[in-house]
Write a protein that binds this ligand. Structure first.
Ligand SMILES: Cc1ncc(COP(=O)(O)O)c(C=O)c1O
Length: 428
């Protein structure tokens, strides 16, 4: 691989961070390094100290350990390093109870305190109104594609789907089995790069709900605002799997929000459903017991054995997000990270391209292609050598995709930006 002015930095992303001398009070200082590339343009690389305050019970956490990669995977995705370390420190013996979370009864007081705290913290984070239930379920967001129509409508009821990417399309196909589902708009012919103007939508007047995928993980298309169902008795339903807790959301605009945890809030295995309580209780007769929101809600998500460890991990992530100052602060960081990558793409004179219309570009998943597509494999290979992994685009669209969920540190995005510029200099 040819070297360039960025090579040293790429190989030593954290070399400017001071080592802590104690565990309690010596976080690394923020440091800025300015370098110039071969075209003479300055590039600042900033190594940023963690934003959480160290506490006695929380181990010291560096910005990014030298032994960890920057993982740009779409999900399962990178988790906050301090959350992983906290889980590690509690793994063997959870808070002196003599066993790990994986071993304890889901009906015991220890686990009840874990799930109740996770729910309370999520309610605080998203400011979830009292009239909404929070469920921790299994089966992934894919199971919700069926559970939604099964719980909310009869087989002959009309429901609308606004399809802005592959996940919305999958949700629609599943809903067809249990309702009279209709696609009222699809971005497929334009390769899922747009969201339509809401005024132009031809919603069914009596649709029981309007379903959207708030962030299309594969195509990188994100709603910045939400449509209102035309039917005054209809509700808006959103699959928020890939932008859940990445920004504040007015929950009261929705009948149901659901999200698989494994992108922004935890490991794969738990799916969070936030549902307005008056929508619960009208389930279709054929619905399996596990998909019945009434049963799950009456049993506080403990009808059967829940994914205990996953719920515990989500709880740690929620605590971490609250410690960061809540979702407004988290959104600011996410905007900054996304801006860095989109600017790198837009300022590359066409060397990199993002096909998504600018106004609806995702803050979470940044898809891009190379003008010289024959270089894409080389890009991914070289990035991996620099410890930036999982940058390959989804197999259905190709190119590259950088998923930069909440837990992706700014340093990871800056390192990718520096790498993109360096790669361009060497291959333009
Ligand atoms: C937006 C969205 N919805 C649904 C799914 C399916 O989630 P699961 O694999 O948890 O069923 C995914 C998975 O990546 C997704 O990104």
């Amino acid at each position: 691989m040819a070297t360039s002015p960025h090579t040293h930095l790429l190989q030593n992303p954290n070399h400017l961070l001071k080592s802590p001398t104690t565990h309690n009070n010596a976080f690394p200082v923020t440091s800025v390094r300015t370098m110039s590339n071969t075209s003479g343009r300055s590039i600042s690389i900033k190594c940023v100290a963690p934003t959480t305050t160290p506490t006695q019970d929380r181990p010291y956490v560096p910005t990014q350990s030298q032994d960890r990669v920057f993982n740009f995977a779409a999900g399962p995705a990178t988790l906050p390093e301090n959350v992983l370390r906290k889980a590690q420190s509690e793994l063997y013996d959870w808070r002196g109870c003599g066993m790990s979370v994986m071993e304890m009864s889901h009906r015991g007081k220890e686990f009840l305190s874990i799930i109740q705290k996770a729910e309370a913290d999520l309610r605080t984070l998203l400011d979830i109104p009292e009239e909404y239930a929070v469920l921790f379920l299994q089966g992934g967001a894919t199971t919700q594609f069926a559970a939604i129509p099964l719980n909310l409508v009869n087989p002959d009821d009309p429901v609308d789907y606004l399809v802005t990417g592959s996940w919305g399309d999958k949700a629609f196909k599943e809903a067809q089995k249990y309702s009279k589902a209709k696609v009222i708009w699809s971005g497929k012919s334009e390769k899922y790069t747009k969201i339509p103007s809401f005024d132009a939508l031809e919603q069914s007047p009596d649709a029981k709900y309007l379903h959207i995928c708030a962030n299309e993980t594969i195509h990188g298309v994100e709603f910045k605002d939400y449509p209102t169902p035309k039917n005054p008795n209809g509700v808006l339903i959103a699959d928020m799997s890939s932008n859940f807790c990445s920004k504040p959301v007015d929950v009261s605009k929705f009948g149901v929000i659901y999200a698989g945890a494994q992108k922004n809030v935890g490991p794969a295995g738990v799916t969070i459903v936030i549902i307005r309580k008056d929508l619960i209780g009208n389930v279709q007769g054929v619905t399996p017991v596990m998909l019945d929101y009434k049963i799950q809600s009456e049993n506080n998500s403990l009808y059967n054995t829940p994914p205990c460890f996953c719920i515990y991990m989500c709880g740690l992530v929620f605590e971490d997000l609250l410690e960061q100052g809540g979702l407004k602060e988290v959104e600011k960081k996410n905007k900054k990270k996304a801006e860095i990558l989109y600017n790198a793409i837009d300022e590359s004179n066409g060397f990199y391209r993002c096909p998504v219309e600018k106004s609806v570009r995702s803050l979470m998943n940044v898809p891009f292609t190379l003008e010289k597509s024959e270089l894409e494999a080389e890009f991914i290979k070289e990035a991996a050598k620099e410890k930036m992994v999982q940058l390959k685009g989804h197999r259905s669209v190709g190119g590259m995709r950088a998923s930069i969920y909440n837990a992706m540190p700014l340093a990871g995005v800056e390192k990718l930006e520096a790498f993109m510029k360096d790669f361009q200099v060497r291959h333009a």
